[in-house]
Design a protein around this ligand. Structure first.
Ligand code: FER
Length: 290
């Protein structure tokens, strides 16, 4: 359980390079257990008009404990996998519990989390052949829906900060591929990028980032994958390219396969880094402590 894993820290936002570190522990026991004694955020379903798809689409939104309309919050867009929809994280990853617990410990910058449906097509349910060509293509179409429909809707309806430094994108598997494709393809829109177990939809490195130096504008570029996940090559080739081009990033290899145990741990670790000055010592502390 607590066996050490290698944290290839190809990062470093301060400019220095650390090749490998030992990560002794992961999220502590109880990190995903509901605690009635603390304040809770709120999960709602929202509906937004999509010009891209031509329908009204659903997303979930999590507002943090103590949320106030008068304040302005940064936003994390958190994306699901090929078998899921806007409810996948909520049902299987309980982000609201993980984040509530982190807020109770004072470990998060207050943020709004938006959980979209990343399959941008009229019937966007995860039914039938989820690998069908049109369904897989809809994960690419979601880039337009996100940038032109969903983000403007959120920014109109919710008290959010609109600067790229206050906008993060992360996701698991297909959503991890989307995160890299959309995040690195639109660095002027996102400063925080977290790809968990990125799937084969991840563009090849040279297409993903033809001008590697552009990625230096990111505040945080996180790539993680379970050591037993057969999709590892998609994370590894991306991290290798970044390392070859001296682009600071975190490449976090953790014990596990392609499942929510890994993704919950990723959310626990990644969320604590968001919307804060990124200091190397802090990254080390979060990744090594507990
Ligand atoms: C594939 C293998 C896995 C693929 C997608 C996935 C589109 C996605 C997995 C997930 O989202 O969990 O060949 O092709």
């Amino acid at each position: 359980m607590n066996k050490s894993v290698i944290l290839a820290l190809g990062l470093v936002l301060s400019g220095m390079f650390v090749s490998a570190q030992t990560l002794d522990k992961q999220a502590p026991q109880g990190f995903d257990v509901e605690n009635a004694a603390i304040s809770h955020g709120k999960i709602d379903t929202i509906q937004y008009p999509s010009k891209t798809v031509g329908t009204t689409r659903k997303a979930l939104i999590y507002t943090p404990p103590g949320f106030k309309k008068r304040e302005k919050y940064p936003v994390l867009y958190l994306l699901h996998g090929i078998g899921g929809d806007e409810k996948e994280w909520f049902r299987n990853g309980t982000p609201q519990i993980i984040l509530d617990n982190l807020y109770a410990k004072g470990k998060l910058t207050p943020m709004i989390v938006v959980l979209p449906n990343g399959r941008a097509m009229k019937d966007d349910r995860a039914t039938g052949d989820i690998m069908a060509k049109d369904k897989v293509e809809a994960f690419a179409t979601f880039e337009k829906d996100l940038l032109n429909d969903l983000i403007p809707f959120i920014e109109k309806r919710y008290p959010v900060k609109k600067d790229r430094n206050d906008r993060a994108i992360a996701g698991l598997s297909m959503g991890g591929g989307q995160t890299l494709n959309f995040g690195l393809g639109n660095i002027e829109r996102f400063a925080w990028v977290g790809a968990f177990s990125a799937a084969p939809n991840t563009k090849e490195p040279q297409l993903l980032l033809p001008d590697p130096s552009k990625a230096k504008e990111l505040k945080l570029l996180w790539i993680s994958c379970g050591d037993q996940d057969r999709l590892m090559p998609f994370s590894k080739r991306t991290s290798d390219y970044l390392t070859e081009n001296k682009i600071p990033h975190i490449f976090y290899i953790e014990p596990g396969g392609h499942d929510f145990k890994v993704w919950k741990n990723d959310l626990y670790l990644f969320s604590q880094l968001l919307f804060k000055p990124v200091k190397q010592e802090e990254v080390n502390l979060i990744l090594k402590s507990e």
